[in-house]
Design a binder for this molecule. Structure first.
Ligand code: ADP
Length: 271
């Protein structure tokens, strides 16, 4: 390691260091088969993975390797064909649709590549929506959404509709919405896929801050090493299996990682 990259390396262990966290995600021998008989597709062939509370994990791998299938299972949007999935200590692999929805609402915030905001609705109302579904009374809802928008740096954009916001700002609204119910786990599928590089830095700075300051566990899928460089750990899929799992300092080329760390330190100074 060069002197410069040592200077850029993040500070040492923090209170919520992953090594101290309880398992948030504990997956054993997870399989997923789509269809039956001759046309059956074995999308996941027996995956094992533990992600501890407070970790920041990037999932990579070529197209068709099973990343989306795995994220759907982790996000309780679908059920595995076999195997076990314990989410925050609760076995969820055999839950029915309604029970899965409850787990999802309580424990997981989702961030998508295309933001998925309601178009004719203000930033404030978009963030309030999950709170409305959760039955939070109006006054508390308004207050919480205001706080969340302030946390993502959009306190002055509350009344703007998505079309009046930049891509990066829209994704920040989506992140505020994902956090509305206080979920301890944020899952993101190519969250910077529709953003230019400056906005990507903005979004990754935000994920990193939520992870470090609030101990939120972050799991994101990306094909971009520049994005994976912001994580602490890179898990790589191929043909429905995990073929590599290592610290991002080892998985990502030093030059790419140094770029991310440099952006992180200047980004953190700004946000
Ligand atoms: P990735 O996200 O890495 O591109 P996917 O999880 O989408 O990979 O796909 C893994 C494999 O499962 C692929 O062969 C894909 O064609 C197949 N697959 C994904 N979803 C379905 C589905 N709903 N029905 C049938 N096959 C599917």
């Amino acid at each position: 390691m060069t002197g410069a990259s040592q200077q850029l390396a993040p500070a040492g262990p923090r209170p919520s260091h992953p090594a101290n966290g309880e398992p948030m995600i504990d997956v054993r021998d997870l399989t997923k088969v789509y269809g039956e008989g001759l046309t059956a597709v074995h999308a996941l062939g027996g995956v094992n993975l533990v992600v501890r509370s407070g970790e920041f994990v990037a999932i990579m791998g070529p197209s068709g390797s099973g990343k989306s299938t795995f994220m759907h299972l982790l996000g309780c949007l679908d059920r595995p064909t076999s195997g076990s999935y314990r989410l925050a200590g609760q076995e969820v692999s055999r839950l029915g649709g309604d029970e899965l929805a409850l787990v999802r609402n309580r424990r997981i915030g989702f961030v998508f590549q295309s933001f998925n905001l309601l178009p004719r609705t203000t930033a404030q109302e978009n963030v309030e929506l999950p709170l409305l579904y959760a039955g939070v009374p109006r006054e508390a809802r308004v207050r919480r959404a205001q706080e969340l928008l302030e946390q993502v740096g959009l306190g002055d954009r509350r009344d703007h509709r998505p079309s009046e916001l930049s891509g990066g700002q829209q994704q920040r609204v989506a992140i505020a919405r994902a956090m509305a119910n206080g979920a301890p786990l944020l899952m993101a599928d190519e969250p910077t896929g529709n953003l230019d590089s400056a906005s990507s830095v903005e979004i990754m700075t935000l994920f990193r801050r939520l992870n470090r300051d609030q101990g939120i566990t972050v799991v994101l899928v990306t094909h971009d090493a520049n994005v994976a460089a912001w994580s602490e750990r890179v898990v790589t899929f191929k043909d429905g299996l995990i073929i590599d799992d290592r610290p991002s300092a080892e998985a990502v080329a030093p030059a790419v990682r140094e770029g991310a760390l440099r952006a992180a330190s200047s980004g953190e100074a700004r946000v």
